[in-house]
Ligand binder design. Structure first.
Ligand SMILES: C[S@@+](CC[C@H](N)C(=O)[O-])C[C@H]1O[C@@H](n2cnc3c(N)ncnc32)[C@H](O)[C@@H]1O
Length: 234
């Protein structure tokens, strides 16, 4: 795991991310609305790259009948998530350190546990763009698909293929929210070096290989694009 989501970086994440991702709060709100429209009163939702717990805890709070399972390889991000979860007192949210493949097959309060077909939906917000290479991304999507029941939605948002103009807009957005010029130069450099964006065509192909039907866009903040994918039958 890189140091990107470690220690001080994890502690400052919540204050920082809203300035760096245009429409961050709206992305989370619209993703929650989409899930509410798709899922029944009792459902199990897998949150991949749960980070500091923002979507996991908001969904658990708004839907007492849902079980939220967050997974993330960063112990420091999860420490923040667990502290927030304990303060909110939400018995229907839990956090697991590691990757999707590390989740136990049994567990949770549903009969199918965390294993194949165990989840009614999955959410991956601002995570897969850190996974480098098509093969690794196909594995990432395939592991999520393997945990979902047929027909279940995956809400996936990443920095997608973009140009210099998009980076200018993202930088201006951050600047307008008070991010200083020195920090901005670093952010721009990291957007180019640390992120591995896909084109829409590549996402369609990788989703297909992993077992998902055509992605359907539901939100966009400059080059951060959210798609709903549906788990196909094999
Ligand atoms: C930018 S944060 C997003 C956190 C949260 N989803 C949000 O919207 O605020 C990315 C998170 O993905 C996690 N991550 C990176 N690679 C991952 C992977 N392969 N599987 C699961 N989580 C991963 C990182 O540790 C980090 O906590």
């Amino acid at each position: 795991m890189s140091r990107r989501f470690a220690a001080q970086s994890a502690l400052g994440y919540d204050a920082r991310i809203v300035n760096l991702v245009p429409g961050y709060a709206e992305l989370h709100e619209i993703s929650a609305a989409l899930l509410a429209a798709r899922l029944p009163e009792r459902a199990r939702v897998l949150v991949v790259g749960a980070g500091t717990g923002t979507e996991t805890l908001a969904l658990a709070q708004a839907n007492a009948g849902w079980e939220l399972v967050g997974v993330d390889p960063s112990a420091d991000m999860l420490a923040v998530a667990r502290r927030r979860g304990a303060a909110a007192g939400l018995p229907n949210a839990s956090f697991h350190e590691g990757y999707v493949a590390d989740l136990p097959d049994a567990g949770g309060f549903g009969a199918a546990g965390f294993g194949a077909g165990g989840f009614d939906a999955a959410v991956s917000l601002l995570v897969m763009h850190f996974v480098a290479g098509d093969d690794a991304k196909a594995t990432y999507l395939g592991e999520i698909a393997g945990r979902l029941r047929v027909g279940a939605p995956l809400l996936l948002c990443d920095l997608m293929e973009h140009d210099e103009d998009d980076l200018d807009v993202i930088a201006e957005y951050a600047c307008a929210r008070g991010v200083g010029t020195e920090a901005l130069a670093g952010i721009r450099q990291r957007l180019q070096a640390d992120f591995h964006p896909l084109s829409e065509e590549q996402l369609r192909e990788l989703g297909e290989v992993a077992g998902f039907a055509l992605p359907r866009p539901y939100f966009r903040g400059v080059a951060f694009v959210a798609n709903e994918l549906q788990r196909r039958s094999d």
